[in-house]
Structure formats: C-alpha cells, structure tokens
Design a protein. Structure first.
Length: 164
C-alpha cells in the first residue's frame, strides 16, 4: 500500500444549472433542481468530498396563475439572497461574447446527518463592474445565459478538482 503525502485534498466538482436546497429559496424550477439537491444532500450524509456549483437566479423563477378563462400569467419571484447565502470575497472573470464578465459567488453549506458539510457555490454577475445587461444575465432563468455559461465553464467535462 502506497502512502503518499498530498497537501491538496481532492473534491468532486458537481455542476448543475439549478439546485433545490430549501422551499423558500427559489433556486430551482423542478425535477433537475430537486435531483441536484438530493444528490448534494446524499453526498453530505455520506461524507463525500464534493463541491457543488450553480447559477444565482436573483429573480428566482415565477409563480404561475390561471385566470377563470384558462389563460396563464406569470409573476416573478424575488428573494433576498443574503437571507440564505453568504457572499464570498473572491472574484473571477470569464470571457463572454468578446467582453469580460466579472463573477462573484455566494456560499450555502449543506450539512449532512453526521455534520459533514458540502459547500454549494452560486455564481452571480450582479456587480458594478458589469454592464446592466450583464448584471442581469444569470438573474433570471434564460437560455441566453445558459448556453455561453455551459461552454465557458466546461460543464460537459468531469474532473476532480483541488479545494483547500
């Protein structure tokens, strides 16, 4: 048996466009988010070294209402991010359509039954350094943001990452 000393612990990086963590936190719309939330909770219960990453939807999703005539209306769900998440100080930027987009992340810790925590980081572009258009890119669940984001972050790849 080999005994190697490695200062960096390896984590699984789990990417999902949405993650259901709390009913009062509109960070998901349905099945994919519920599955992602269950995966993160199971990892914390099983003490799996994992880090989850998603997008921060400041305006959440929307509430659907049906009128008496059967027509549907949508009302946006807004929420106070700081009531649920802790802002991290680190910033990064990514190229998107010939410009740089600055991102910050917000952290949510999912605590398992034995106290093990899996951090979930939500990427957010609502920063003064970004244009008004860019500040709202991940703010709502839009296809315009999802496609470039998936391409830029390499969501199609699965590699262990080092997290200190």
């Amino acid at each position: 048996m080999s005994t190697q000393s490695n200062s960096a612990k390896q984590f699984i990086a789990y990417f999902s466009m949405e993650i259901a963590l709390q009913n009062a936190m509109p960070s998901y719309s349905g099945g994919l988010g519920v599955l992602a939330g269950d995966t993160v909770r199971a990892a914390s219960d099983l003490r799996v070294p994992m880090v989850a990453v998603s997008l921060l939807y400041r305006k959440g999703y929307f509430t659907q209402r049906l009128a008496e005539d059967g027509s549907q209306t949508e009302e946006p769900v807004e929420w106070n991010v700081a009531d649920f998440l802790t802002e991290e100080s680190a910033r990064t930027s990514v190229p998107i359509e010939n410009r740089r987009l600055e991102l910050r992340c917000w952290k949510y810790a999912v605590k398992g039954v034995h106290g093990f925590e899996v951090p979930v980081y939500f990427l957010d572009a609502d920063l003064p350094s970004n244009t008004e258009f860019d500040r709202n890119l991940p703010g709502s669940h839009t296809r315009h943001w999802r496609c470039p984001h998936a391409a830029r972050t390499g969501l199609q790849r699965s590699h262990p990452v080092s997290h200190e």
